[in-house]
Design a binder for this molecule. Sequence first.
Ligand code: PMV
Length: 282
Amino acid sequence: MYVGRGHGKLILCGEHAVVYGHPALAMAVDRRTTVRLTPRPGPLEARGDIVDDRLIPALRTVLPPEGWLVDIGTDLPVGRGMGSSAALAVALIRAESASRGHAPSVDEVFERAFAVERVFHGNPSGLDHAVSARGGLLRYRRGPPPSFEPLPLPSWRLVVLDSGVAGDTKQLVAGVASRRPTVDADLDRIGELVLEATAALDDPQALGPLLTENHGLLRRIGVSTPQLDDLVALALKAGALGAKLAGAGGGGVVLALVEDPEPVLRAAAAAGVPAFPTRPVP
Ligand code: PMV
């Protein structure tokens, strides 16, 4: 059996705008996807935690049509903007490389995982699987050529609040594309916010309001939902320094920047919202 792993991620600032060449800030989190490949006769088969019509076509970008059983395990909420498909792509490339006794470079994992992500997302910026492959906190700009700027890991914490609803990234990205050029000024402002947030990474009091402003812009470009807006309000009321939807939107998760996770976790529990603390990991 051959095993590969990929980190999940959260986008701190800059989703959607990153598709149009603006920078984005994203970080790997302490949850991940594991792929186990077992050689065996018969057609390619997948089982486990990710059930999706696009799964076999995605696996086929890396594996032959016959000869493998693919077991997929993840502790990421699936389809919630935490990079479960990107983590799958990275884990798959690593497992397939292991089956050939090959240790791929991070750049090779990034390049090959793009093909898998295209099956799931159509026109991905590459941000999700860049973070999954590299770990840590990154400022990313799509190519060609893509740029990756690793940043020091901050000490603040996040609380993730799960809407329980899966957003469809491909559809949401297409929706924003269809609202251009009306939304271009908002996308430009999101790009500026990423630069301001990068300068404020060590100062959570300054960073928080930038994240909340980012949420307002995501709402204006049409990717938030009333439920996500309510989760942002709940987190802020419970003392979060800032909060925003994270990922493509339409569902998925909200991230809340906190010095102490407890009050936001308590408020989420009282409202019946699944929530958990997380932090950036190398
Ligand atoms: O896959 P998600 O839901 O984390 O969203 C990806 C982020 C987008 O900027 C919306 C799309 C992209 O390809 O960067």
